[in-house]
Design a protein around this ligand. Structure first.
Ligand code: AVJ
Length: 336
């Protein structure tokens, strides 16, 4: 498949794709690794999990009996999509981190049934996913136009096309939980700035619950999440010519009760030094030393409303599954 050079676009009648990546993916893995691996408490941002193997492992996580968020969110969408279509009257759906757009079809179906659907705007760093879903969806939904944006939703929100009418900006899966609290509010403020008076943010958030349920969701018995966690080391080996042995690290997932977030870490099983050739960097690990690879915040309704309010948003609708595991919320800018 042809690669679209950065800052350019390619179009057919129903599909337009803009690319904003410079190949490496912007504030790059190299910057994040150099920063994160030289800190007193080592840390890597979770976005680097998702190379092809990481994306595949994540898909397997979504099927695990312990990992309830994907199923719960889908159940809420199936139950509430018609209501979301009615409340928003949206003619277009913008999806941040669209991936394979697996859950998106539920929303597109509802907007199509309401007779308002006209455009889908998937935003994702993975070019092949944006292209494949554009082709699939334009053939599944006659008359639908897809304007794909290949980019990082943390850096390229200003590259979204102008709205053509009331729109939904969807940020699903609970990914907002991967931002630390300050960045979370800043990101929500950026989204809020993009919302016109007729627009809504549709966001999925995982909810606070029994820590044993949470910890099992991030430390499954089949060991898929452990492999997913260690996959970031394989990414460093390949992209930055590092020599991590993933088996030198143990997967750790724990619920931090005071912060109300899950932390995933990789704990060195023995003292050793890794060489990251691409950065000309030696990284020393003590035995038992941990590298934090992800936080995944869990919300109470109060915390979520507080974060939304801090970003200048008000809750328009709160939707949850029968067990109250996960929440989907619609929010908007308050009318003056
Ligand atoms: C879908 C990115 C939000 O934090 O639950 C799954 C990623 N990490 N298992 C989450 C993930 C470990 C997931 N997000």
């Amino acid at each position: 498949m042809a690669v679209t050079p950065p800052g350019t676009s390619a179009a057919t009648a129903d599909i337009r794709i803009d690319s904003h990546l410079d190949g490496a993916g912007g504030r790059s893995l190299a910057d994040d690794a150099l920063d994160g691996l030289t800190r007193p408490f080592k840390e890597l941002p979770p976005k680097h999990f998702y190379d092809a193997r990481g994306a595949e492992l994540f898909d397997r996580i979504c099927e695990l009996p312990e990992y309830y968020p994907t199923r719960a969110e889908r159940a809420i969408l199936e139950q509430s999509a018609a209501e979301i279509a009615r409340l928003t009257g949206a003619v277009e759906l913008v999806e941040l981190g669209s991936g394979t757009a697996a859950k998106t079809r539920v929303l597109l179906d509802a907007l199509a049934a309401a007779g308002t659907l006209s455009r889908y705007v998937p935003v994702d760093v993975t070019e092949s996913m944006v292209r494949e879903c554009a082709l699939a969806l334009t053939s599944e939904y006659p008359g639908l136009r897809v304007h794909g944006v290949i980019g990082d939703f943390e850096r390229h929100l200003d590259q979204l096309p102008e709205a053509e009418g009331p729109r939904i900006i969807a940020f699903l899966g609970g990914t907002i939980g991967n931002f630390p609290p300050g960045s979370r509010r800043r990101f929500l403020r950026e989204i809020a700035r993009l919302l016109g008076p007729e627009d809504h943010l549709l966001m999925g958030t995982d909810l606070v619950k029994d820590p044993s349920v949470l910890e099992a969701a991030y430390d499954d018995s089949a060991g898929v999440t452990a492999e997913f966690n260690r996959n970031v080391l394989r990414v460093l080996n390949r992209e930055l010519d590092a020599d991590f042995d993933p088996e030198d690290f143990e997967h750790v997932a724990l619920f931090d009760r005071s912060n109300e977030w899950i932390e995933m870490r990789l704990r060195a099983r023995r003292e050793h030094t890794t060489h990251v050739r691409g950065l000309d960097l030696q990284v020393h690990f003590d035995a038992g030393e941990e590298l934090r690879t992800e936080i995944s915040a869990k919300f109470t309704p109060e915390r979520l409303e507080g974060d939304l309010a801090a970003a200048g948003l008000e809750l328009a609708s709160w939707m949850t599954d029968p067990e109250g595991l996960f929440a989907l919320t619609l929010s908007r800018r308050p009318s003056l």
